[in-house]
Design a protein around this ligand. Structure first.
Ligand code: SF4
Length: 462
């Protein structure tokens, strides 16, 4: 059994810069910026504004937060334009910008983010996940791996039996539904049915329509909903998303979000409105392939997306959902990077819950070819490997997969499943919707049918 023990020790952290230290650090870059930065005048102007606002702490208001957002944008532009990994000097400027932005927004300083280096440090695999890495090898017997994953899942996700005739604990399964609120999107992700400028009927729900969809889903028994929306800055605004979140909270729903990556200030507003969880997939951790699949739009910024979970957790979001889109890259390579990412987040935010998902592309818009197909057996293996590496993390499975495969995986290691899903805005209305779907659903069982199957299979359904 030693092989199934949780592996690893804490990821080392650098201390946070002191408040005064961060601004002094920022100033120390003045000569370098004057010499090397094409936008030096603008950036030095920002530093001058920082001095002005911090000179009077009573002036820490909305304008200071706007300035903090500008420093954050500068930080990500700087990281994107620099080398990978960043040079020590580039990293030092990024750290000074992070710390100064935090100070301006009145937040407690946190240790500098090191997401990129953690995700790309392959030496962590053998230090922290030797058993999981061994099990990734196709030569490792799948039956044995499935049994290990099943044991770990039972140990971490079981509830006492409610029926006195039952003596053993029941495996727990949480059902949730995605609520698509908008199919408008400015990004060009080559694999996605919502990408711009595909000619589909697009729709954004009004708040009244959102309320109706919530009522339908509540009637069907759901208490956990995932708000899903494209990235269209003029429409899917942070205020709109906060309104949707508040409607759900008022209806007694626990909301999570799967929306465009937000600045720290955006995640703070969403957390204050009641967001419990963030689901955000890096799609692929391979930076060169990431650039090939994300041709236009804000999603192109690799590091901005990669650090989304850091910003959300720093803002107070409790549940962090990660994933890769299987089919884009060598799956084993991406899975290893995702495990390093999850490890980094687990070490940095031990109070947060991790949720890991492996969506697989089955269909994509015309002209898109799946470069690295993944078989059913591979998918089962990958989920089991995640269970070995993260015994207490939720493993999430969507309705993209077939009934037979979902039933099989539920009995091994999955702890959260969507059910009765629609991937079009307004898709739960009685009258249906004419708006386009993001991807086709394969398991069409209703929530009631899904619940019935789970209960007959011995699950405690939440
Ligand atoms: S994957 Fe998301 S961001 Fe990309 S085109 Fe689709 S909806 Fe937009």
């Amino acid at each position: 059994m030693s092989r199934i023990a949780h592996e690893g020790a804490a990821f080392s952290e650098q201390p946070a810069a002191s408040a005064g230290g961060s601004v002094a650090a920022l100033h120390s870059f003045t000569p370098w910026l004057q010499e090397t930065d094409a936008h030096a005048a603008y950036h030095l102007g920002l530093i001058a504004q920082v001095d002005e606002r911090l000179a009077n702490s009573a002036a820490l208001d909305d304008k200071s937060c706007e300035l903090a957002d500008k420093l954050e944008r500068w930080r990500y532009q700087h990281l994107e334009e620099g080398g990978f990994p960043p040079s020590p000097q580039q990293q030092a400027l990024a750290d000074a910008l992070q710390a100064t932005a935090a100070q301006l927004a009145g937040r407690n300083p946190v240790a500098p983010r090191r997401t990129f280096s953690a995700v790309h440090d392959q030496s962590l695999d053998f230090q922290r996940f030797p058993a999981a890495i061994a099990a990734l090898d196709p030569a490792y017997p799948l039956d044995e791996l499935i049994e290990l994953a099943r044991q770990l899942t039972t140990a971490h996700f079981s509830d006492p039996a409610t029926d006195s005739r039952q003596s053993s604990p029941l495996p727990r399964m949480l059902l949730y539904a995605p609520l698509y609120v908008s199919s408008h999107c400015v990004n060009f992700c080559t694999y996605c049915g919502f990408r711009y400028p595909l000619d589909i009927e697009r729709k954004q729900l009004t708040l009244e329509e959102v309320e109706q969809q919530i009522a339908v889903l509540k009637e069907r028994g759901f208490r956990q909903l995932l708000i899903v929306g494209g990235d269209f800055p003029q429409l899917t605004t942070i205020d709109y998303m906060c309104d949707v979140v508040r409607l759900m909270v008022r209806a007694g729903i626990v909301p999570s979000i799967e929306i465009a990556s937000q600045p720290l200030s955006g995640y703070q507003k969403l957390a204050a409105a009641g967001v419990h969880g963030l689901t955000l997939y890096q799609e692929t951790y391979d930076r060169a392939l990431y650039a090939q699949y994300h041709l236009r739009g804000p999603k192109r910024l690799y590091n901005y997306r990669l650090e989304s979970h850091d910003r959300a957790a720093e803002a107070g979001v409790q549940r962090l959902g990660l994933g890769v889109l299987l089919g884009l890259c060598d799956a084993r390579q991406d899975l290893r990077a995702m495990m390093r990412h999850a490890l980094y987040l687990q070490d940095r935010f031990p109070a947060c819950t991790l949720a890991l998902s492996l969506p697989r592309i089955h269909e994509a818009p015309e002209g898109f070819a799946i470069s690295s197909p993944v078989t059913d057996d591979d998918l089962i293996r990958f989920y089991c490997v995640l269970r070995l590496a993260f015994p207490a993390a939720h493993l999430v499975l969507s309705t993209r997969e077939s009934v037979a495969l979902r039933n099989r995986l539920a009995k091994i290691c999955i702890t959260q499943m969507s059910a009765g899903s629609s991937t079009a805005p307004g898709g739960y209305s009685e009258s249906g919707t004419t708006a386009g779907e993001q991807f086709p659903v394969t398991d069409h069982r209703s929530p009631a049918e899904m619940t019935q199957w789970l209960q007959q299979a011995g699950f405690h359904v939440v």
